[in-house]
Structures are given as structure tokens and as C-alpha cells.
Design a binder for this molecule. Sequence first.
Ligand SMILES: Nc1nc2c(c(=O)[nH]1)N[C@H]1C(S)=C(S)[C@@H](COP(=O)(O)OP(=O)(O)OC[C@H]3O[C@@H](n4cnc5c(=O)[nH]c(N)nc54)[C@H](O)[C@@H]3O)O[C@H]1N2
Ligand SMILES: Nc1nc2c(c(=O)[nH]1)N[C@H]1C(S)=C(S)[C@@H](COP(=O)(O)OP(=O)(O)OC[C@H]3O[C@@H](n4cnc5c(=O)[nH]c(N)nc54)[C@H](O)[C@@H]3O)O[C@H]1N2
Ligand SMILES: [Mo]
Length: 767
Amino acid sequence: MAKQAPSTDPAQDAPAVGAPKHAAAGLPAIGHSLRMAREQMGTARAVSTLLKVNQQGGFDCPGCAWPEPDKPHTAEFCENGAKAVAEEATERRITAEFFAAHPVAELAERSGYWLGQQGRLTEPMLLAEGATHYAPVSWERAFEIVAEELRALDTPDGAAFYTSGRTSNEAAFAYQLFARKLGTNNLPDCSNMCHESSGSALVETLGVGKGSVSLKDLYQADLIIVAGQNPGTNHPRMLSALERAKRAGATVVSVNPLPEAGLERFKNPQNARGLVGNGTKLTDLFLQIRLGGDLALFRALNQLILRAEGGVDEAFVAEHCHGFAEFAAEAELTDRQEVLAATGLPWEQIEQLAELVLRSRKVIVCWAMGLTQHKHSVPTIREVVNFLLLRGNVGRPGAGVCPVRGHSNVQGDRTMGIFERPAESFLDALAGEFAFEPPRHHGFDAVDTIRAMRDGRVKVFFAMGGNFVAATPDTLVTEAAMRRCALTVHVSTKLNRSHVVTGARALILPTLGRTDRDRTERGDQFVTVEDSMGLVHSSQGRLRPPAPGLLSETAIVCRLARAVLGEADPLPWEEFAADYDLIRDRIARVVPGFADFNARVRAPGGFALPHGPRDSRTFPTATGKANFTVNPQTAPEVPPGRLLLQTLRSHDQYNTTVYGLDDRYRGIKGGRRVVLVNPADAAELGLTEGGYVDLVSEWTDGVERRAPHFRVVHYPVARGGAAAYYPETNVLVPLDSTADISNTPTSKAVVVRFEADSGIGAGPERD
Ligand SMILES: Nc1nc2c(c(=O)[nH]1)N[C@H]1C(S)=C(S)[C@@H](COP(=O)(O)OP(=O)(O)OC[C@H]3O[C@@H](n4cnc5c(=O)[nH]c(N)nc54)[C@H](O)[C@@H]3O)O[C@H]1N2
Ligand SMILES: Nc1nc2c(c(=O)[nH]1)N[C@H]1C(S)=C(S)[C@@H](COP(=O)(O)OP(=O)(O)OC[C@H]3O[C@@H](n4cnc5c(=O)[nH]c(N)nc54)[C@H](O)[C@@H]3O)O[C@H]1N2
Ligand SMILES: [Mo]
């Protein structure tokens, strides 16, 4: 039983609570970003670095995957982009002396926040078997160790190769090629925990697992529905796009259990009006939905559209769609009482939204983790697609699906083949180009990788970025699984918890980040990324790397491939590492849409990947048409006396990287161990404002999962639900509680009860 969540800093964590804000950005946002940038980088470096974010010829912001406008503003970054940059471009350094001074057992007691604050990693480090401290190791020896362990496996499937979504296209392509040459499709990635549900639903219905809109479409839309997303914190530049869309006449509807400040009002820090005025009201209609109620909402909308005269775009449906009759029959079964119970919305609001929809010719639905991290996420997103198809809102300017991606190159990594279930056509193309037979059986995703490590089937865990043990569910299970490995390897920029919860041996391989100059013997290299809207462009860092001798991710992959595959391997890995154009030439021959890659990516702004549904209403699905689907009503069930907990992000974090302990827009200061509950629910459950409780999750396996010592905050969340920050609450998410079809952990739907505060226990606190 968990006595304590393993990765927190209790002594520092003393949350104070004020009133939530009703507008995002404005002057305070500028102040906050500059302060953090200066603390980490000093003023001169801060200014020159921030001015290169998202500029043509500059580097792609390592923050989110929101696209850049055609003509970027001089300061085309946001408060949280600036924090992401500062976190990476910090002048603080971790050297061998640091590791000599801190045994791993001590580092394992530190908070993620503290680990991240220590600075950039500067040399390869090895934790030898039985050793108490990491010690320096040469790159050669490090690669040999990985090769030794991989050779010792009975099968290549005894290794798993994780990717977090910041990895460039070039490194990702080389990485998956190496894994497949080794003989495994075990390529789990952060997408498995993120937009996998979107990909699953979109591939089945539209044939392409990506969004179908561009920024221009947003500017032309009549109606934009933002469901399950908090752009004010996680995609702040999206607010400028919504502001522009509104000025061009769009109506914005937000669907969320929380009133998120960023969606209420936006003070654009890039113009005077935003700095001194009241800003722009963004949301015209706010539907404060219950957690997991979106399937019911879209089913109800679809029924209303079907019943409205002229509601359906019959020509589009007849020409382009499949499965309409079955879908329409199911929609007719939609039961109003069920909808009211699942959504918690007044019926009039749903009708009001339906009227808006019927009045709008061009509709876009944007969504993120609020829709993807539920048990019924795939049917929910399929129902969103039904909703858009009904009125022909796919493949028409100003309309379409807009899953807003998280990590800045998570979409590109998937395009490059980072996927445990690759398409046959992709493997055929690899086989043709590289003259080898790639494995055809599917590999492990993130959850299955944890199961396999737990059961001793995966012995070597290799991570290209990320923070696997903190980002994945069921922290105690995952940490135990990691500790069963023979070898764990992390290619990282910053120290994190995954480096200190290790296999029998462990390696930390430090690498260049987005902001760093990447110079090889052939000269300065740039990399490429793909944003949330399928635009591919280059990214080139200019800063002096944090230490001499650091290798890029691409170089690490290529040297590893040589060490593991041997001198006899015919691929020119050394050439690839020296000249990324050579990798891009290969990508051009393997991945559809990348023809003439090297030339096209050098054009200012890059190029757009083809997208059949968007470009020509062609749907590369099994039926050759856009598929309507049948998604029977379902919603989370919560026993009496319990609440449904969603785990989300504060304004001061980037996933597992905690920048600070405030969540300004929600009025929380100085701590992260808070649980937001509706005052009416709190009254029923006896949860007093400011009191402390343990959160205990309930799952069918009967195992007790406990996160102790959370301060109760009365907050206007939708009834029946609660909210607390991730990663502290990952200890509560059962490994086997995943979305149907996509296998994504249900991070937005954990049944919890509240128990008396057990205190923080014999807590680790040496800060
Ligand atoms: N600054 C910053 N930027 C980031 C990140 C970060 O951590 N920090 N992370 C990046 C990554 S990897 C990702 S994936 C994105 C994440 O971006 P978001 O998805 O915006 O992130 P979350 O904090 O998980 O917020 C989920 C939102 O959905 C709402 N929600 C939860 N459950 C439901 C539901 O059942 N229905 C509806 N309608 N709404 C619901 C929540 O109230 C919240 O507003 O952001 C990316 N950008
Ligand atoms: N409970 C709960 N769990 C969740 C979520 C949730 O909403 N709730 N969200 C899920 C989502 S959407 C995602 S995407 C995952 C995120 O999972 P991950 O991507 O695994 O986690 P991050 O925290 O983004 O990874 C941060 C680490 O990446 C490394 N890093 C940063 N930049 C670079 C780089 O350029 N190169 C390399 N090699 N390393 C780098 C640093 O060492 C840093 O410590 O978490 C998931 N987990
Ligand atoms: Mo994500």
C-alpha cells in the first residue's frame, strides 16, 4: 500500500487559495515569462533567445504543437512557451561532481521540481550494477553497454524504445529504423497517453489520424467548439487565433467542467488593446459539462440536427459518407433523461447550441485531453466526427476536426513511424528502401510496455526524451516495473525522476535541445518538425550547447545503431549523423507527402502535408468513404459518496516538468497538492474549504491507491467531479483503467473517495 506519493515535495507544498481569474495573458503574462527567462538565462541571453522562437530560420518552440502564423509576430511566443525555452536554455549545469555528491537513493527522494531545477545534463553517466552513485562514462562505453544488454536478450521484443514528442523528424526516423532493424515494433510513445484516442477515431472514420484544419480555417469559421481543452495554459497562442476568428465573426462555444480563464477572456499581449484594455471576450456560450459527458452531448446534438428541417447536408452524406442509416437509427435512440444525467447541462443550453450549429455553415471542433483520456474516448470522438459529417463540415474551408496536439513534434514523430502498430504500407516502404525485412507483428504501447516490464518480458528500456515513470499511470506499479529491468537508458536534456528509478544498470545520455546549435563535421545542421495542423518546417537552435561533446539525438541514435548492428550493417549511420539532409532524402522516399523534402523544407514557412479529407474530400478508409459510426450512450459511473477525479495541468508546469508552484488563473499559489471540488459536493461529503484529505482511488482490482495530504479547494467545477494536478495524482490511476480501443490511461476519470489526512508520512525532504 502506498504510504506516500513518491514524487512530491511536501514541505514546499503549502497551497494558498485566492479568487480564480476571468481573463488570460495581458501584462502579467509578460512579466512572468520574462522573470523566469531572466532567472534561468540572464537578460541578454533571454532576450536574444526569445526573439528567435517560432521565427523563420529560428527554432520551433519546444512548448506546444500549435502552428505558427504565416507572418509571425516579432515575439511569437507565449508566457508558457517562454517558460519552456527558459527551462531548456537555462545556464545551470549538472556535472559529474553533482552525481558524486548525491547518491541515487537520495535523488529518488527529491521532488521532480527540485530535480528539474538543477540544470542541463552535460556528460554521459552510468549507474553500474550495485553502485550507489552515477559515474561518468565515455560515449563509446555507453553504447557498448546498450549493445551488450540488447544482445543478451532472447528476442528483440525484450527491449522497448520510448519516444516523447519533442524528438525531431530526423532523429525519430532514424530511431524507428534502428528499432525495426533490431527486430521490434516496441515503439511506445507519449501519444499513447495523449491523442491516441483521436488517432484511433479519426483513422477509422476519416482515414487520416490528424486534424483537418489550418489556421486559415479557424479564421473563416462561423462556429468553433472548444471541448476538453484549456488553451489559456496549454496552447496560449491558440487564444490569438480564437481572437482573430471572433473578430471575423465566429462564435466560440466552450465545453468544459471548469470555467477556464483563458477561454473566458483574452488580453493579447501583442497589442496595446490587450495590454491596457479589458481584452476580448472569447467564449459566447459555456457548457459546464460533467466529466465524461461529451458523448451524450454530441449524441443529443446529432439527434436535434437529424430532426431539424434541412439539418443534414444530404448531398455530402450521399456522395461521401458510409453508414448513415445505422448511425441515424442509433441517434434516434438518444434518451433525453440519459443526456441530462450524463452532461449535467440544462436541456435549453443543448438546444441553444444546436440552434447555433444549424445557423452556422462552417463549424470546427477543437479538443484535447478532456476528450481523449476517458474509457469511452474513442466513441466520443467518433461521435464528434458524426456531428461534423452530418452537416458536411469536413473538407470545406472554415470547417473540420481540430485535435490540438500536445508536444511540439508528437505528430511528426508518428508520421516518421514511431508507432507500435505501423501500417503495412509503411513497413513495405521501409523494407524497399533499406533492403531488410522489418518485424510485422505489433509491438507494445506505453501501458503494455509497463505490463511487460512488470512481468519480466521487457528487460531493456530505452527512452528518447520524456519522463516515463512520472508520466505514466499507477506510479508504484510502474516504478517497480522499471526496477525489474536489466538496463534503463534515458536520452535527456534535464534530470528527472525516470533517471533515479532505475534498472540494475542505468545510463543517462545528455543531449542537445531545440535551442542549441547542432554543429557536425559537415557544418550546422537543422532539424524539422510537424505541427498540429500538418505543416512541416525547419528548426535550428543557435545557442552554445551546454557542454562540449554533447551529442544530438540524431547522433546518439546513429552511433547506437552502429554499436548494436555492427560494422557489417550496410547503412551509412556515420553519414546520417553528420548530414541530416541524407536522412531527409530517405524520409522523402519512404513517407508519403515528403517528396523533395530537402528543397521544400528550405522554403520559408516549410510545406503542408497532404490530407485527403481536407484537400479533396477523399477518405482513405476501409470503405473509401467517410464513415458514420454507431456509438451507444455510455458515461462514467460513480458510486455514492465518491467523485470522479480528473488529473490536469497547472499553469506552471509542462507535463512532468514543474516550473513553479502557482496556478495563477485558478487562483492557487505556492503549492500543488490541491483538490478542486464543487462546494455543493463538498458540503455533501463534509469536505471543508482549506481542510486536508487523502485521495483514495477505487478500481475493480481492489488494490488501494492513495495520494495523501491534499488541500480541499471549493471551486466551481461541474457537480460530481473533482480536479487535481498530474503527475502527483498518477499514483491513483490504475494501470488497467484504459480507454477502449486506444488503450490510453483514463487520466480524466478516476473514481476517488476522500479519507482523513494521513499526513505526509516519513517524507523525503532535504530541500
Ligand atoms: N504550458 C503547458 N503547455 C502544454 C502542456 C503543459 O503541461 N504545459 N502539455 C502539452 C501536452 S503534452 C498536451 S497533450 C496538451 C494538453 O492540453 P489540455 O488538454 O488543455 O490539458 P489538461 O490540463 O489535461 O486539460 C484538460 C482540459 O479538459 C477539461 N476536461 C477534463 N475532462 C473533461 C471532460 O470529460 N469533458 C470536457 N469537455 N472537458 C474536460 C479540463 O477541465 C481541462 O480544461 O498541452 C500541451 N501544452
Ligand atoms: N495523470 C495524467 N498523466 C498524464 C497526462 C495527464 O493529463 N494526466 N498527460 C499525458 C500526456 S498528454 C503526455 S504527452 C505525457 C507526457 O509524457 P513525457 O513526454 O514522457 O513527459 P514530459 O514531462 O513531457 O518529459 C519531460 C522530460 O523530457 C526531457 N526533455 C525535454 N526536452 C527534451 C529534448 O529536446 N530531448 C530529449 N531527449 N529530452 C528532452 C527532459 O529530461 C524532461 O525531464 O504524460 C501523460 N500522462
Ligand atoms: Mo500530450
